[in-house]
Structures are given as structure tokens and as C-alpha cells.
Design a protein around this ligand. Structure first.
Ligand code: DX5
Ligand code: ZN
Length: 214
């Protein structure tokens, strides 16, 4: 069954603790935390202190998506703050293998992200080293954008290589995911989906989560 990771980017930033508690009540599987630095992406959200604070309010896995430059400088601190999974964009890093190793050495699951404007080939050298492959179906930076269906080719590529090589990474899709396109995500090979607006702005968030746990 697909795991659903609501993105707190779509929550009320004045009520973040309440938001992660609601995510659990809605029956979701992970909490997706979008960290943006205003350099790798043209938007700024929050950093390690927020992850550390939220750790105290939920026992759901904290799925930390780093949209920051030089992630190798910070991944250890995000692990120490309480992340369960840490993903970053390889083209933003000068030491991809080192960053993956740092995350693993902390006992945290590591992953890489393919942004909508990046080719699948940027993650290929590292696929045997990751626990999670995150494929973006929007350009990273903002919630509420529409789903780019052509990015599903990268999900299919990741799934084909996973099967061929006997690897076991999860494949997560992030950006514009909703009950309307969840079947396409699953058919392409997704095992986890991020959902910001389609859960937080839903009239019935519990129903929205359930509709994507297919
Ligand atoms: C975009 C973020 C996404 C975003 C998803 O840069 O990585 O996680 O919050 O939000 P929706 O589901 O609204 O596209
Ligand atoms: Zn994200």
C-alpha cells in the first residue's frame, strides 16, 4: 500500500505542532518537512530547530527534504535534530557520497532527489547506496503547483533499475499529488507520495489520505 507523507509546507506555520499531531490523526504514514534555503530554491522555510521542535510532537517518521546548497554541511545536524529520513538534491552538493555516508552513520535513512528540471542520470551512480529515491513532479520551491506527468518516466526508470538490481529503496513522488493522480503514481512505481495542498486544503483530510493509500 502507498504510504502518504503530508507536507507541512501547506500547514499554518503558527500552528506547526498542532499540524503534525493532525497528520497522525488523519491516518498518514510520514510527516514531510520541506527545508528551503533561498539559494538552491527561491523560497525560505525552516531549518534544524523546527525539525527538533516537531520531533517532540509526533512519533511518525520525519521525512526531511533538503532543498539547500551544500547539504553535506548540514545533514548531520538534521539527523541529530530527529529526522528519520533525509533526502537532498545531488546537483546542490559537492560531496554526495560523503553526505550519504554521514546520514547513514547517524542511523538515519538517506535518499536523493531528482528535481523536475534534472535528468534521471544525476542519481544513477548512487542508487545502490540509498534507502529512498524522491522524484519531483513539480520544480522544487513551492507547494500548490500542478503535477507534471512527464516526470513519471523518471519514476519508471527508478523502479526498473530497482527490480533489475534487487535494490529495495522506496520511491517517493513529490509535487501536485492528489487522489486524482494517485493511480498513475502507483502504476509508475511509487511506494510513497508527498501531499501538501491535497491533504491540508481538503474538506476531509482523513478521506484524502485514505484515498491515496491504495
Ligand atoms: C515543493 C515541495 C513539496 C510541496 C508539495 O518544493 O518539495 O513537498 O510541499 O506540495 P503540493 O502537494 O501542494 O504540491
Ligand atoms: Zn518536498
Amino acid at each position: 500500500m502507498i504510504k502518504v507523507a503530508p507536507s507541512i509546507l501547506s500547514a499554518d506555520f503558527g500552528k506547526m505542532a498542532e499540524a503534525v499531531e493532525k497528520v497522525k490523526l488523519w491516518g498518514a504514514d510520514w510527516v514531510h518537512c520541506d527545508v528551503m534555503d533561498g539559494v538552491y530554491v527561491p523560497n525560505i522555510t525552516f531549518g534544524m530547530p523546527m525539525v527538533k521542535a516537531l520531533r517532540g510532537y509526533t512519533d511518525l517518521p520525519l521525512d526531511v527534504h533538503l532543498m539547500i546548497t551544500r547539504p553535506e554541511k548540514y545533514v548531520g545536524q538534521f539527523c541529530d535534530a530527529g529526522a528519520d529520513l533525509v533526502t537532498f538534491h545531488p546537483e546542490a552538493s559537492e560531496d554526495v557520497e560523503g553526505a550519504l555516508e554521514t546520514i547513514k552513520s547517524k542511523g538515519v535513512k538517506c535518499g536523493l532527489v531528482v528535481n523536475a528540471d534534472q535528468p534521471f542520470s544525476i542519481v544513477e551512480p548512487y542508487l545502490d547506496k540509498i534507502d529512498l529515491l524522491l522524484i519531483m513532479t513539480v520544480q522544487a520551491g513551492f507547494g500548490g503547483q500542478s503535477f507534471k506527468e512527464d516526470c513519471l518516466d523518471k519514476v519508471r526508470a527508478g523502479e526498473a533499475l530497482r527490480v533489475k538490481n534487487g535494490w529495495s529503496y522506496d520511491i517517493e513522488i513529490d509535487g501536485g499529488v492528489s487522489p486524482a493522480n494517485i493511480q498513475k503514481c502507483k502504476d509508475a512505481g511509487a511506494t510513497v507520495v508527498v501531499a501538501g495542498s491535497s491533504v491540508f486544503k481538503a474538506a476531509d483530510p482523513t478521506a484524502a489520505v485514505k484515498a491515496m493509500q491504495i
